[in-house]
Design a protein around this ligand. Sequence first.
Ligand code: NAP
Length: 462
Amino acid sequence: MNAFWKIAVIGSGPAGFYATGELFRQQTWSFKVDMFDRLPTPYGLVRGGVAPDHQKIKSVTKIYSRIAENENFRFFGNVEFGSDIFRSEILEFYDAVIYAVGSPCDRSLGIPGEGLPGSHSATEFVAWYNGHPDFCEHEFNLSVKNAFIIGMGNVALDVARILAKSPEELSKTDIADYALDKLYESQIENIWLVGRRGPVQAAFTPVEAREFLELENADVMLEGGPLELDRESQRIIETTASKDTKKNYEILKQISENNSYNKRKRVRFLFLTSPLEILGNKCVKKIKMVRNILVKRDDGTLRPEATSDFMEENADLIFRSIGYQGNPLDEIPFDQNSGIIPNECGQIIDDFKDKLLRKREYVAGWIKRGPTGVIGTNKQDAVETVHRMMQTIVQEKIEPMEQNDNFVLESLLKERNVKYVTFEDWKLLDEYEKNAGQSLERPRIKITSIKKILEIIQKIKK
Ligand code: NAP
């Protein structure tokens, strides 16, 4: 097959790049890929979500930037699908499209007081300290003592760790400057991590949990008594538990045995507890919680069930960290319950009843499978989507459309006054940010306003 297939990829996070990489890896097919992102900067959650003290994880962008060097790749940053460019146009210009837009929304707890000032989603806080342009104006009052994080996943651990570390520990990272300044003023002493189920059911991974044993400025402890398991969890840990769960359990055992507390801050793991109400008049003052027991369901899972053992603690700052959720896109089916675009191996399902599949529209990453797994999980996921797409093209005998002029899209965007950012532009900004960080021994100093990003790129180009 000699003709080029033109593919649009919406979203420049790991899933978008792994899909692109897989397209370019094909020997007998030729692809041209245009990747769109509503932000002027690429890499999605690697830039805006991965914790600033986890720089090693961010080195995965080297792979993505190599993919972007392919002569058949173009990046259109600062172009929003559904407002700067529309589905009908994408389907007109491209043979197929892969939506890799992630799960940008947070889930709410649905308890009274959740909307009080001082109660936030972890999503907002993570985006804020990572310098995401949409969140850099957010305010978090860190001049308080007691922070609660609801949830026991890796995002909850990220938030707890950022609050627990000293600003000096974070000063050599690429944390947003304004967040670092704010953390220098932090008065936070108690950082509670609240999980509705037990230690064996915690969603975090051991590498992340172990970091709490090495904090310079914070002790870590287990709340609610010694580490004891219910009978079923005990059975699981002795038999079917995964390696990670067993390691988590060992780390938590170590934490529970620690009884020397002499650091300024404390991270308190509290299992088997659910928040019931956030109390306060003008802002968060207290949190009311209930202790849970675990009850085995018919499907074998252990679910939390509230007891009549209530507790109330002083709380000034609350972060709910109970998972992300996808956002519907214009003219694309969306499953409200699971927060994903319904699909079969990455091919969008238009109608479940008749199993109607969209022939030219695909999904990859969190919007395809939900917010699970680590960055690498997206590779396999994207590979599956790309192969499903090629299989459909063959089965349905879809011919590549006549090649549109490469510049039609650019003219359209210019006509609309959309100031798009190319990958070459991004590389200029990337260098600029890295240079700015160099004398301070920081990986980079992030520019966090879109206006400023565009100005800097223009200035360097002149
Ligand atoms: P997650 O791993 O799904 O954890 C969500 C947590 O929220 C679970 O502890 C869950 O408890 C709890 N939860 C859910 N609904 C709740 C409710 N109504 N009340 C109380 N608790 C509730 O989600 P995440 O932490 O947002 O992470 C998303 C993905 O990104 C994960 O795959 C994660 O591993 C990954 N990630 C990885 C890293 C890293 O590798 N360093 C860093 C950040 C994120 P139940 O188990 O009881 O449902």
